[in-house]
Design a protein around this ligand. Structure first.
Ligand SMILES: [Zn+2]
Length: 404
């Protein structure tokens, strides 16, 4: 097939921009925080079956049963047999949103979509990616566009810790050789790597006592926690960390403890994280956090010389990865972006992505933007032009045949 004929068909087969915009706005209006994706899943499945896609092409896996979060549904997988030769390609996006997007009321504001509900985020992260996949599938099926074997994967529970991608049933994906994840801002930014992250829960146990009558008998867990955080900040191990040519980040993000001012608090729970592209350095950050809490425990004693204690619990959320520039999915995405008149900008991100787990599962996955901005805030927006541009890129990627 000549390239010219191929590209003509793409234009003919394109879903109209107005339809696609309506669809993404409907999708952003559906509540669906991590673990509660049943409603948005129904919406996507409904559109696929309405377009005449046979139910047997659509499958749900059981990722939620293996997720620590539980959840309503597993990942949604659509497999289309190829009509032209070429390696199987996969498009992916996540269906869940962060909790602050519950209640989103998408409205158009010039070239953007925002939430009319000022208290919520919009949910463009990642309904824009989910809509890119959906409109691509509909365009291909309705206009009978020639395409290689395709897998479309809508994951669940990305925001809660990448659980959908982590626990995906790989055997249901049909061994894709090239994979493209849609989640982010500019469609020209290609994320070819992402950092690895480690999450910790730190329990601090002190000794309770009356804060007015016998404060000297207490061991304050809050004092221990505070000393530890000060230690980390002063030592340069909190926030952005740059040491001996290595970089990483850490954050004490949650602190819970205490119920009354007249009690020396004997229990505090802290949740913290450490990230670095370098696994060894990430381990060092975790060690430094442990050491700071151990020192803090030793630094707070009651009148009898008794100290508190600290218990650490942690796990790797996702391993870091870095794709080579000549990895087929990177080459294909760069070309599709160029065909759109843009220049690909290869980037490595500090956030975890579904691509971390997909790549770890043996499916090298590059991540492209689809118009999301100010994500995880009440100022979240969808750039409509970028969203359509991402759709055109996705259509090119899923209708490209055999490459050399
Ligand atoms: Zn996202």
């Amino acid at each position: 097939m000549s390239r010219l004929r191929n590209s003509k068909r793409k234009v003919v087969g394109h879903e109209s921009d107005a339809d696609a915009l309506r669809m993404v706005m409907e999708m952003m209006a559906i509540d669906g925080r991590s673990g509660e994706e049943a409603a948005i899943m129904d919406y996507v499945c409904g559109k696929l079956t309405e377009a005449g896609i046979p139910p047997k092409a659509i499958a749900l896996d059981d990722a939620h049963r293996r997720s620590p979060l539980g959840g309503q549904v597993g990942n949604l997988i659509l497999k289309l047999p190829g009509t032209i030769r070429g390696p199987r390609r996969m498009l992916a996006a996540h269906l869940d949103t962060v909790p602050m997007c519950v209640g989103s009321r998408p409205v158009r504001k010039r070239g953007r979509v925002v939430s009319a509900n000022k208290l919520t985020g919009l949910g463009a992260d990642d309904r824009s990616g989910a809509a890119v996949l959906l409109t691509t599938a509909l365009a291909i099926v309705r206009s009978r566009l020639p395409h290689p074997p395709l897998t479309l994967l809508w994951t669940v529970q990305e925001e809660a810790g990448l659980f959908g991608a982590r626990h995906v049933r790989i055997s249901k994906l049909g061994k894709p050789r090239l994979a493209f994840n849609f989640d982010g801002g500019s469609p020209a930014v290609l994320k070819i790597g992402a950092t690895g992250g480690y999450r910790m829960t730190i329990e601090i146990y002190g000794v309770a006592s009356h804060a007015g009558n016998r404060p000297e008998e207490g061991v304050s867990a809050i004092a221990i926690a505070s000393l530890a955080v000060v230690d980390l900040v002063k030592g340069g191990w909190h926030g952005l960390i740059i040491k001996d040519g290595h970089t990483g980040t850490s954050n004490v993000g949650v602190i819970h403890g205490g119920e009354a001012t007249n009690v020396v608090t004997d229990r505090v729970q802290i949740r913290a994280e450490a990230r670095s592209h370098n696994a060894k350095f990430r381990g060092r950050i975790v060690q430094e956090i442990h050491a700071a809490f151990d020192r803090a425990v030793a630094g707070v004693r009651n009148v009898a010389g008794k100290a508190g204690r600290v218990k650490f619990d942690g796990r790797l959320d996702y391993e870091s990865f870095r794709l080579a520039r000549d990895e087929p999915c990177v080459v294909a995405a760069t070309a599709a972006i160029a065909a759109e008149g843009l220049e690909a900008d290869l980037a490595v991100t500090n956030g975890g992505l579904d691509a971390n787990w997909l790549t770890a599962h043996g499916i090298p996955t590059v991540t492209l933007g689809c118009g999301q901005h100010n994500i995880h805030t009440a100022q979240e927006e969808l750039d409509i032009g970028e969203f359509h541009s991402a759709r055109r890129i996705a259509l090119r990627l899923s209708t490209a045949g055999e490459s050399k």
